[in-house]
Design a protein around this ligand. Structure first.
Ligand code: CIR
Length: 248
């Protein structure tokens, strides 16, 4: 993470000072949780000319079959994808989103072979159509979802691992043709709690969302609270600080 994170993009929040040492410590704790779950963590070098580059999720969508290289909706973030393409190219065949499409990885929710693309301030329908053209021949279904009052689709809904999702119904809606997905709703007092990161049945959840954490535990999930308060000041959540890929 570069110290220039202080100049990050902000859409829904007022700028507040970010304590860089604390942000770095929270990011290291996040990496430690990933390692404790069996992940090998590989870092892409921090680039000071890209203040938001710690939010690597937005630069790509990694599936077992391929990786899509995003074309971020914020022009300040377009240059982030080159280093990520280099890091991913040994592992996956890469397909880039091209102009006029824009797409942030944070707007792409994958549940098995179902892919949902949020139409947000960052991702346009040309980007969503390109996703469909790339992925449908590989056996994926691709559908769009609305995004209201938040930055990305995955601020509003994330996958829990099986056919379940954690969702804030005030920010998005599952397409009716996909009503077989099982939905757990966030506690209404915690509107930003839907951004959780599920890894093999364990769920990383923001430490600032204890009520939603209890809801998940009541459903049988093993929840790991993670403190990401400094990155939250940059509108980052738990999914956005990593790209998960299975080594095949
Ligand atoms: C941005 O506005 O692009 C960054 N400040 C935050 C990006 C967070 N990314 C994500 O939730 N996937």
């Amino acid at each position: 993470m570069p110290p220039s994170i202080a100049e990050c993009e902000l859409t829904h929040l007022e700028r507040e000072p970010i304590d860089f040492a604390r942000a770095t410590q929270q990011h290291e704790e996040y990496e430690a949780v990933l390692r404790s779950l069996g992940c090998a963590v590989k870092r892409v070098p921090a680039d000071p000319s890209h203040p938001d580059s710690v939010f690597i999720e937005d630069t790509a969508v990694v599936l077992d079959e391929c990786a899509i290289i995003a074309r971020p909706g914020a022009t300040s973030r377009r240059g982030e994808t080159a280093a990520v393409s280099d890091a991913l190219s040994p592992y996956r065949l890469l397909f880039p989103i091209e102009e006029p499409g824009t797409l942030d990885g944070g707007d792409v929710l994958c549940v098995g072979h179902r892919v949902f693309v949020g139409l947000s301030g960052r991702t346009n329908s040309a980007g969503a159509n390109q996703m469909a053209h790339i992925l449908e021949p590989m056996g994926f279904s691709v559908a769009t979802m609305p995004v209201k009052g938040c930055l990305h689709l995955k601020t509003a809904v994330t996958a829990l691992g099986d056919d379940r999702v954690l969702l804030n119904p005030a920010m998005t809606a599952i397409p009716s043709a996909t009503s077989d997905l099982r939905v757990i709703e966030v506690d209404p007092a915690e509107p930003l709690a839907a951004n959780v990161l599920a890894i093999d049945g364990k769920v990383l959840c923001s430490a600032s969302a204890p009520r939603t954490r209890r809801r998940l535990e009541n459903e049988g999930y093993n929840v790991i609270p993670v403190n990401a308060s400094e990155l939250a000041k940059a509108e980052g959540g738990l999914t956005c600080c990593s790209l998960l890929l299975r080594t095949l």
